[in-house]
Design a protein around this ligand. Structure first.
Ligand code: PLP
Length: 440
């Protein structure tokens, strides 16, 4: 018996004992090709990079821990400099935490604090999008539009307003241009604000490229820019959740760079530390910081492990390696190659409805009927079966199930490390093809 509570009680997953590059090995000697960066788009530069290990060792030898209310530390300052230098204009201040859910909690609390400091405490409603995921803590669950995940906790969550996601495969009309669709999807925010009255709305939150719940659905051209305009017009804060799609995953340090839209608060996590340490961060716009500086002067935030020296040292080295090794260009290049291979292999597959995404953040939507886009019955559990079969084929992928109301099919998400080779891309596609054939 295991004393660890695993996700599925009564079923212990294999024990991983070695990880290097894109390959993992379990205690039985089986190897797995990691097509999704440690299972959740985390291990952005691959596993076992000795340069990160050296940075962690060096930091441990200097300072293991000192609470952030007593000291700052060198890696925390250097990492914030590194991020701020690359961030879209104005996002120059960094608030650290230990992961994505904490980052989203901190973003919500910060938005609330800003309106209190500006003397407008009635601005408290958050608008988010259906079929989204922003984390597992109660605040983050409150703004998540993934109903199965949030429903059991509904009585404990705060009230959020939801609009439909920007999800071209299902919501774009036949013959509608991408730009027209982007503008139409953004208009849903305008309508919701009018319904709620702007004076009560604190912030709008969305992922530039939706990961876990929609299998890499990117914002349509112009969508995020229009969203920014709407938020400015109504004096509403804009929060981008780049926990999964950020830190180079799309080929840009920040996914929203490609959309030329800058939020007030940007959350990042997974690829920030690349899995070498748990770490998340908020990039905060100067004008929000100015509000607090000229108001109470103090953040209403604080986690024990905020700006943890070892976590910051690891993340700093991971981010430096992305620059030194030219990994962003590589993401764009290899992402294109992976997309071409997926299109060549699955483009005509009767159960693959859509292949989408950006950079090395690609998803395929699995459907019962390609011509009508009818999803599989969610009770079939296609996504869970595919994950199990793929593991049996020695391949790690990230599948997620469709919605019960059929607004969304099952999908499989691929997000390999930015160091993925051409041969590994071929192998991912071969193993995925075998896994799909065995599942469907
Ligand atoms: N936001 C997004 C977009 C995510 O995909 C996730 C996790 O998958 C989170 C937030 C929560 O991050 P964490 O699991 O690190 O708490």
């Amino acid at each position: 018996m295991t004393h660890v509570l695993h996700r599925k009680l009564g079923k212990t997953p294999p024990t991983v004992v070695h990880a290097e590059g894109l390959w993992l090995r379990d205690s039985e000697g089986r190897t797995y090709l990691d097509a999704v960066s440690g299972g959740a788009a985390v291990s952005a530069i691959g596993h076992g990079d000795p340069r990160v290990q050296a940075a962690i060792d060096a930091q441990l030898a200097r300072v293991d821990f000192a609470h952030n209310s007593f000291f700052t530390n060198e890696p925390a300052e250097a990492l914030a400099d590194h991020l701020a230098e690359r961030a879209p204009g104005g996002l120059s201040r960094v608030l650290y935490c230990s992961g994505g859910s904490e980052a989203m909690e901190a973003a919500l609390k910060l938005a609330r604090q800003i309106w209190i400091e500006r003397g407008r405490p009635e601005k408290r409603t958050i608008i988010a999008r259906e079929q989204s995921y922003h984390g597992g803590t109660l605040g983050a669950l409150s703004i998540g539009g993934n109903k199965p995940r949030s429903m059991p906790f509904r009585p404990m969550l705060f009230d959020t307003r939801f609009i439909e996601p920007c999800y071209a495969y299902r919501y774009r009309h036949d013959g509608e241009s991408e730009a027209d669709y982007g503008a139409r999807a953004a208009a849903a925010l305008e309508r919701m604000i009018q319904k709620e009255e702007a004076d009560t709305v604190a912030a709008f939150v969305c992922e530039p490229v939706v990961g876990a719940t929609l299998g890499c659905a990117p914002a349509a051209a112009g969508y995020l820019k229009r969203i920014r305009e709407i938020c400015d017009h109504h004096d509403i804060l804009l929060i981008f959740d780049e926990v999964m799609c950020g830190a180079g995953r799309t080929g840009y340090t920040f996914a929203c760079e490609e959309d030329a839209a800058t939020p007030d608060i940007l959350a990042m996590a997974k690829g920030l530390g690349g899995g070498y340490q748990p770490i998340g961060a908020l990039l905060v716009h100067d004008r929000l910081v100015d509000t607090i500086v000229s108001g109470s002067g103090a953040l209403l935030q604080g986690f024990t492990y905020m700006a943890h020296p070892v976590a910051c040292a690891a993340a700093l080295r991971v981010q430096q390696i992305m620059v030194e090794d030219g990994l962003l260009e590589r993401v764009r290049d290899k992402g294109e190659l992976l997309r071409r291979r997926l299109e060549a292999t699955f483009g005509q597959h009767p159960h693959v409805g859509d292949i989408r995404g950006r950079g090395l953040f690609l998803g395929m939507e699995l459907v019962e009927d390609r011509s009508t886009k009818a999803p599989f019955d969610p009770r079939l559990g296609i996504a869970a079966r595919l994950k199990a079969v793929a593991m049996d084929e020695g391949l790690m992928v990230y599948p997620s199930g469709g919605t019960v109301d059929g607004t969304n099919g099952d999908h499989v998400l691929l997000a390999p490390a930015y160091t993925v080779s051409d041969e590994e891309i071929d192998e991912i596609v071969v193993r995925l093809s075998r896994s799909l054939n065995r599942t469907l």
